[in-house]
Design a protein around this ligand. Structure first.
Ligand SMILES: O=C(NC/C=C/[C@H]1O[C@@H](n2cnc3c(NCCO)ncnc32)[C@H](O)[C@@H]1O)c1cc(-c2ccc(F)cc2)cc(O)c1O
Ligand SMILES: [Mg+2]
Length: 214
C-alpha cells in the first residue's frame, strides 16, 4: 500500500532524529521538508518567532488548534516549564496517530495532551474535561476559515483572560482575512503582525500575535 506524506515524514524522524531530543526532531522535519517533500509545518523561520513568543510568555497552559504531524507541538512543548501543559486538537485520526509518534519520539508525551476531535466540539468541554481555567497561549494553525469562529467560541466559553495571547499562523498565505479584520479592529485585542515567509519558500507569510484585553 502507498505510504502517505505524514507517514514518510514520521519515517524520516525515526531514521534520523535522536530519541528524546526535540531539537533533532524539529531539524529532521525541516530537512525533510526542504529537500524531500514540502509539508504544512510552521517551519523553521516562523518557528523561531513562535519560540520567542513562547519563551517570553513562559505559559502554564497552551492550546494548539490543528496538530497535523506535531511539528509545532514539539517546538512549543520543548520550551515549556516542567508542570506546564499543552493541549493540541486534531480531528484527522491518521494525522493524530502520526503526531503521537513524533511527539513520543521527542520525549514530550508527558507535557502534551493530544485530543482527537474537532475544535468546535472540544473547546466548550475544556473546563469540565481537562480542568482548564483559561489558556495563557493559543496557537491557531488549523483550517483558516475556522480561526474566527473558534476565537469567538473561546471568548464565549471564558477560556481567555486579560493577557491571554493568540498566535495565528498563515495570516497572509493562505490568509485568514476575516480573523485578521476581527483581531485588528476589536477593542478587546492588541494585535501585532510578525512578517516572515511561508514555510520552506520565499513567499510572504507571517504570524499575528493578539493579546486579549479582557
Ligand atoms: O491549510 C493549512 N493548514 C490547515 C491545517 C489543518 C490541520 O488541522 C486539522 N484540523 C483542521 N480543522 C480542525 C478542527 N476544527 C475545524 C473543523 O471542524 N479541529 C481539529 N483539527 C482540525 C487538520 O486535520 C490538519 O491536520 C495550511 C496551508 C498552507 C499552504 C500554504 C500555501 C500553499 F500553496 C499550500 C498550503 C500552509 C500552512 O502553514 C497551513 O497551516
Ligand atoms: Mg500553518
Amino acid at each position: 500500500t502507498q505510504s502517505t506524506r505524514p507517514q514518510r515524514l514520521l519515517g524520516a524522524v525515526q531514521q534520523n532524529a535522536t530519541r528524546g531530543d526535540p531539537r533533532s526532531v524539529v531539524k529532521t522535519i525541516d530537512q525533510f521538508c526542504k529537500h524531500k517533500e514540502w509539508a504544512m509545518n510552521v517551519g523553521d523561520e516562523k518557528g523561531c518567532i513562535l519560540d520567542s513568543v513562547v519563551s517570553e510568555l513562559n505559559p502554564a497552559t497552551v492550546l494548539e488548534l490543528g496538530t497535523y504531524c506535531g511539528y509545532s507541538t514539539v517546538r512549543i512543548a520543548s520550551l515549556l516549564p516542567p508542570h506546564a501543559r499543552l493541549i493540541t486538537l486534531e480531528f484527522n485520526p491518521h494525522f493524530a496517530a502520526v503526531a503521537r509518534q513524533i511527539i513520543a519520539w521527542a520525549g514530550l508525551q508527558d507535557k502534551v495532551l493530544l485530543v482527537e476531535g474537532a475544535s468546535g466540539d472540544w473547546i466548550p468541554k475544556m473546563k469540565e474535561q481537562f480542568g482548564v481555567k483559561t489558556f495563557d497561549l493559543v496557537f491557531l494553525d488549523h483550517w483558516k476559515d475556522r480561526y474566527l469562529p473558534d476565537t469567538k467560541l473561546m471568548e464565549e466559553c471564558g477560556l481567555l483572560r486579560k493577557g491571554s495571547v493568540l498566535l495565528a499562523d498563515n495570516v497572509v498565505c493562505p490568509g485568514t482575512p476575516d480573523y485578521l479584520q476581527y483581531v485588528r479592529n476589536s477593542p478587546r485585542y492588541n494585535s501585532q503582525y510578525f512578517r516572515s515567509h511561508l514555510e520552506y519558500t520565499k513567499a510572504e507569510d507571517g504570524l499575528e500575535k493578539s493579546v486579549f484585553l479582557g
